[in-house]
Design a protein around this ligand. Structure first.
Ligand SMILES: [Zn+2]
Length: 568
């Protein structure tokens, strides 16, 4: 059903700068008419950026466009329609404001459907446009709830199939393929995705097994289930990841994906033997279809830092390092950087272990230790091709570090990540790793460090006046009249924690001639910091305090996560 104004869409589309697919679009129009399925087809074929196409379509319908994966979706809104209605109407409720329910729909112009949804929800509806496939995918994830999952697990436990704890391996493998079990495992994974979990822990204990999720860096127990189910659940996940199901005694590692409507989410699975049986940890691999590549400009990096960072990254030779503790998102920043460099006419080769995100136009090499594709070998062969940028996903061993430093001092540009808590510690650790050999000081151009802290929940945020003691401790060098701090009171959106999501704190250590000399002479972190502060270096804590004043995080998070060893 075409909206009267829908032809506007085709006109605007063909007027887009550099739009080259008018012919192809015309033949799609013959197939689909001017309808939402035409919009989906244009997006699927990547004739223009998704957001642009969707906005043009929404404009022609005089509605707003919303990506359900980027929008707030509340439990209250989800509870307004049963899943069957949401699927049939291809609509997902997003949130309620002032008694009006905002609903993302593929056909927001369908007034009959709107009226029916309004009756079901028993409140007025404000429709916005979203792509049909995105709505389908969002329904799969948003309707996964802990209650629903618990109900499914309880039903399985009651089933006589799983009653015998001494089942033979073949029997367990068979059970692992039954529809009931497959769907429970899918529910666990969908629920984890919905909760934005980065890890899923499935752990056998004395009498029960439990499932815990890591959300925003903190582990939280979701539910427990009877031990009789455990082996079959483990078996199902091991089958998914192609692991040896008959071997519970040794740790194993593999990858698997789970379909989420039309898209897939990827996980890394590690199995660990424990006295009670096998423990599983599934870690979400970022970069699934619904996680667009972040750009440096969208990472919340302070203006004062990002300008210098870009300048350092464009230096034609030398070693640039991204650092941070594990789980600080440094590899996301590393990818964003390559994405940025990839925009210009540079040849880029990466050495990764494993490849987490594929990048068009970049030659990505993957380490495989079992067939002797070690990082050093790959790095040497990459350098032989003389790319403009050689990127190493992580410097771990001495050998690779030496080759990288040598290359950086002989005309190559190397961009890598390295594990350390902050930039100054990275200098010390790199120096320790290389020992007396290698000329780290000559190679380094800069170190960018980051660390993640909790973001205050927007739904229960309040401001308060900090005590004079706290101000004295952190802001003695600053003149401030009546500063305000913020905190989260705790609400259902943040499960009472006061935090929802995380933000990164950053610092940039540019290696100037003076710093270079200090590194060569093995001088202290304090001396290096003082020299670097002349060109704008400020420790991460400084960035943290700014973000406290901006209301993004709390002073407690800064105290917990940044060190006070050296005062700027
Ligand atoms: Zn809250």
């Amino acid at each position: 059903m075409a909206h009267p104004a829908a032809n506007l869409f085709l006109d605007r589309l063909s007027e887009l700068p550099h739009f080259e697919n008018i012919q192809e679009v015309q033949s799609l129009v013959d197939q689909h008419g001017v309808s939402v399925s035409l919009v989906q087809a244009i997006v699927d074929r990547r004739f223009a950026p998704k957001e642009t196409v969707c906005r043009l379509w929404a404009d022609s319908l005089e509605r707003a466009y919303v990506d359900p994966f980027a929008s707030v979706i509340t439990d209250e809104a989800i509870s307004r329609f049963p899943i069957e209605i949401a699927k049939r109407a291809n609509a997902i409720a997003l949130y309620v404001i002032d008694g009006v329910l905002t609903v993302a729909m593929s056909t927001p112009e369908d007034s009959d459907l709107l009226a029916r949804l309004g009756e079901i929800a028993r409140m007025p509806i404000s429709p916005v446009f979203a792509l049909p496939k995105d709505i389908e995918d969002a329904i799969v994830i948003q309707y996964a709830s802990d209650h629903r999952l618990e109900r499914s697990l309880r039903e399985l436990e009651k089933s006589s199939l799983f009653a015998d704890p001494q089942l033979a391996h073949e029997k367990i493998a068979q059970l692992a393929e039954t529809d009931e079990l497959v769907s429970v495992v899918d529910e666990i994974l969908h629920f984890a995705l919905r909760e934005r979990a980065t890890d899923i822990h499935i752990e056998p204990q004395d009498t029960l097994s439990r499932i815990r999720l890591r959300v925003d860096g903190k582990l939280r127990e979701v539910l427990t289930y009877g031990r009789t189910l455990h082996k079959t659940l483990v078996s199902r996940l091991k089958i998914l990841a192609n692991l040896n199901g008959t071997e519970p005694r040794f740790p194993q590692e593999g990858q698997f994906s789970v379909s989420v409507g039309n898209a897939s989410a990827y996980f890394n699975l590690v199995t660990l033997p424990t006295p009670h049986g096998e423990k599983l940890v599934a870690t979400a691999i970022p970069g699934g279809q619904h996680r667009p590549m972040l750009t440096l400009d969208k990472m919340g990096i302070a203006q004062t830092i990002i300008g210098s960072l870009k300048a350092l990254l464009h230096a034609p030779t030398g070693l640039f390092c991204f650092t941070g503790p594990s789980g600080s998102g440094k590899s996301t920043t590393w990818y964003a950087t390559l994405h940025e460099l990839n925009k210009s006419d540079l040849s880029i080769v990466t050495i990764e272990e494993p490849i987490e995100l594929s990048m068009e136009g970049v030659t990505q090499l993957e380490v495989n230790r079992s067939i002797d594709l070690k990082p050093t070998n790959l790095l040497r062969s990459a350098l032989r091709q003389d790319p403009d940028v050689t990127a190493i996903s992580e410097l771990r061993d001495v050998e690779t570090a030496k080759v990288a430093v040598d290359a950086a001092t002989t005309g190559h540009r190397i961009v890598t990540t390295f594990s350390a808590n902050n930039a100054l510690q990275a200098v010390q650790r790199l120096r320790a790793l290389l020992g007396d050999t290698g000329s780290l000081d000559a190679a380094l151009t800069g170190i960018f460090a980051q660390s993640l802290v909790g973001k205050i929940c927007e739904h229960c945020k309040e401001s308060y006046v900090p005590s004079p003691q706290i101000l004295g401790r952190h802001f003695q060098d600053y003149e401030m009249a009546n500063p305000q701090f913020y905190r989260g009171l705790g609400c259902p959106e943040c499960r009472g924690t006061g935090y929802r999501g995380q933000i990164a704190l950053h610092e940039l250590l540019p290696i100037t001639e003076e710093v270079r000399t200090l590194v060569r002479e093995d001088r202290s972190a304090g001396e290096i910091a003082r020299a670097a502060s002349k060109v704008g270096y400020r420790p991460m804590r400084h960035d943290g305090l700014k973000k406290v004043l901006l209301g993004l995080t709390t002073i407690e998070e800064i105290e917990r996560n940044t060190s006070f060893e050296w005062d700027a």
